[in-house]
Design a protein around this ligand. Structure first.
Ligand code: 5GP
Ligand code: ZN
Length: 140
């Protein structure tokens, strides 16, 4: 628990939220500034800043909860023809609330979402080089 963290305050109940799910490890509540109606945040109860600091069991649990919410969204009657699961780590990667969380975002034809990733074609040698750098650091 971090008293200056908005999500910790939501979890302990000192800030209001619209919860859709809760268990011993995680909560899920509506994003206050939704990309589309039905945008949900899945959040671990313990205060952890980023994914790299989170234990794998809790990470796997968050994804399991997100999958269940994604299914519920599709059946909810809200506009949801597709979804994006989004997870930002670090200010440079758009993380604004420094308590790890997973977005479940409903999408539909004609929604107003615009994201520009600025992708560029890579050369085969570069791909091989980058793959090698990552493989060398992968934990078994
Ligand atoms: P991030 O950019 O860190 O991945 O996303 C943080 C999300 O938290 C944003 O989508 C933002 O709208 C949401 N958010 C920020 N403050 C609050 C709040 O007080 N209550 C709720 N429900 N969501 C919040
Ligand atoms: Zn927190």
């Amino acid at each position: 628990m971090s008293s200056d963290c908005i999500f910790c305050r939501i979890i302990e109940g000192s800030l209001p939220s619209s919860k859709v799910y809760e268990d011993e490890l995680a909560v899920a509540f509506m994003d206050i500034m939704p990309v589309n109606p039905g945008h949900v945040l899945v959040v671990p109860k313990k205060h952890v800043r980023e994914l790299s600091e989170l234990d794998e069991d809790t990470g796997a649990h968050l994804f399991r909860v997100a999958m269940r919410i994604e299914k519920a969204l599709r059946a909810s009657g809200l506009q949801c023809e597709g979804t994006n699961l989004l997870q930002n780590n670090g200010r440079e990667a758009w993380q604004e609330v420094m308590h790890v969380h997973l977005h479940v975002i409903p999408r539909f034809r004609g929604d107003k979402v615009k994201v520009h990733f600025g992708q560029q074609q890579a050369r085969r040698e570069e791909l091989g080089l980058w793959a090698g750098q990552i493989k060398a650091r992968l934990q078994p």
